[in-house]
Write a protein that binds this ligand. Structure first.
Ligand code: MRU
Length: 366
C-alpha cells in the first residue's frame, strides 16, 4: 500500500481549478452545449467517423442515451442534465406556468433511458432540486446548474487523476477495461484520468486496453483517446487479460464504475468482474475510479444494483454484420458487479478508500 494513504484518505476540494477546455493529454470533449442546443459526439461511429449530433428536445436525448450515442456513467448524467434544460425550454413555451408539472414526464423519460449508472438519477435529482427552487423563466437557471454538474465532473476527474496516480509505482504498465475517458465523462476521465495523470508523472509507461465486447469501447474508444493523446496503448482480446497478468506485465487493473454500493461492491462494464478475479489470482492490484456521484449509499451491497440487459443482437452481430448462426440465442448483460473484497482501492474526488468495506465507505461519504 502507498505510504501516504490511510485506509480512508479524505481530501479538501478546490485545490486546483479546471476548465471545460482540454489540457495536455486531454484533447477530447463528447458532450457540450453550443448554439442553444446539446451537442453529442456520436460514439457509435468512432473512431471511423466524427459526427456531432445536435439535440433540441428531451425525448431524443433520452433515446440517444439508450442507443449509446453517449455512454459512460458521468457522461450520461451530464447529458440528462442538459436534457432537462431542453425540456424546461419546451414546456415553458408550451405550458407557461404549468411547465413545472408537465416537465415531470420528461424527467421520467430521461430516467428510463438506462438503468445501471446511478449518475443519471443523481443528476436528475439535482435538476429536480433546482426546479423546485425556481420562480420564473427556468432556462437560464437550469442551464447554469447543468453546466455546474459538467464542470464539477471535470474537476473531480482531475482530482481523482492525481490521487490515483499517487498509488502507482514509477514505470508501471496497467490494464484497463471499457472506456472511462473524456468520452465517458465531462472530460479527462475517471480510470483514464488516472492513467493520463500517471502517464504525465512518469508512473505509467504502457497501457493495455481490452476490446470490451460487444460494443468494443476499449478497441474503438479507449484506444482512440490514448492514441489522440499520444499515450502508448496496446489492444488485446478480452480473453487475453489473465494471460497478460500471468506474465507479470501489469501491476494494476484500473477501471471505472457505474454504481458503487455502500459496502464498496462496484458495478462496471461486463467483464470487469472476470478481470478482477484474474487480477487477485495473479497479485495484480485493482483500482476503481469513480466520482462520489457514482456511489449509491442506499444500496447495502452490489446484489441490489440493477443490471441492464441489452438486446441479443448486440452479441449476435459485429459492426452490423451477423456473426452467429440463425437459431442461436444470446445473453447480453451490460454490467457485472465486482465484490469489494477484490478491490484494493476506490478512488473518488473526496479521497481514496483502501480495501473498501461499509465503515470505510460511510466515512468517505460522511
Ligand atoms: O455501456 P457503457 O459504455 O455506458 O459502460 C461504460 C462503463 O462501464 C464505464 O466503465 C463506466 O461508466 C465508468 S465511465 C467513467
Amino acid at each position: 500500500m502507498h505510504a501516504c494513504y490511510s485506509l480512508v484518505k479524505m481530501c479538501s476540494p478546490g485545490e486546483e481549478t479546471t476548465t471545460m477546455h482540454p489540457t495536455p493529454h486531454d484533447t477530447i470533449r463528447a458532450v457540450s452545449w453550443a448554439d442553444d442546443a446539446l451537442q453529442l459526439l456520436d460514439q457509435r461511429k468512432l473512431p471511423a467517423e466524427h459526427i456531432t449530433l445536435t439535440f433540441t428536445e428531451p425525448g431524443s436525448v433520452a433515446q440517444a442515451i439508450t442507443d449509446m450515442v453517449v455512454r459512460g456513467a458521468p457522461a450520461i448524467g451530464i447529458t440528462a442534465a442538459y436534457g432537462v434544460v431542453l425540456a424546461a425550454r419546451q414546456r415553458y413555451l408550451q405550458d407557461g406556468a404549468g411547465w413545472r408539472s408537465s416537465i415531470g414526464q420528461d424527467l421520467d423519460r430521461l430516467a428510463a433511458s438506462r438503468p445501471t449508472a446511478v449518475n443519471l438519477f443523481w443528476a436528475l435529482e439535482r435538476m429536480r432540486r433546482a426546479i423546485a427552487g425556481l420562480k420564473s423563466d427556468p432556462v437560464a437557471a437550469l442551464l447554469a446548474e447543468a453546466k455546474r454538474i459538467h464542470e464539477e465532473d471535470i474537476a473531480a476527474n482531475h482530482r481523482m487523476g492525481k490521487l490515483g496516480a499517487a498509488l502507482i509505482d514509477h514505470d508501471s504498465a496497467v490494464l484497463t477495461h471499457c472506456n472511462t475517458g473524456s468520452l465517458a465523462t465531462g472530460g479527462y476521465g475517471t480510470a483514464l484520468g488516472v492513467i493520463r495523470s500517471a502517464y504525465q508523472a512518469g508512473r505509467i509507461t504502457q497501457v493495455y486496453a481490452d476490446e470490451t465486447r460487444p460494443w468494443l469501447q476499449g478497441a474503438r474508444l479507449t484506444a482512440w483517446e490514448l492514441v489522440q493523446d499520444k499515450i502508448p496503448v496496446t489492444l488485446l482480446a478480452d480473453g487475453a487479460g489473465a494471460h497478460l497478468m500471468k506474465q507479470g506485465r501489469v501491476r494494476w487493473l484500473i477501471v471505472g464504475a457505474d454504481r458503487i454500493a455502500a459496502n464498496g461492491d462496484a458495478a462496471n462494464k461486463i467483464g470487469t468482474y472476470h478481470a478482477a478475479v484474474a487480477a487477485r489470482y495473479h497479485g495484480v492490484r485493482v483500482m476503481v475510479v469513480a466520482p462520489t456521484s457514482t456511489i449509491d449509499m442506499t444500496l447495502p451491497d452490489g446484489g441490489q444494483i440493477p443490471i441492464e440487459i441489452r438486446p441479443e443482437e448486440e452479441v449476435l452481430s459485429l459492426a452490423g454484420q451477423r456473426i452467429a448462426p440463425p437459431g442461436v440465442r444470446a445473453w447480453n448483460p451490460s454490467f457485472d458487479v465486482t465484490p469489494a473484497e477484490l478491490i484494493d482501492a476506490i478512488v473518488t474526488e473526496k479521497g481514496v478508500v483502501l480495501s473498501p468495506n461499509p465503515a470505510r465507505m460511510a466515512a468517505l461519504m460522511g
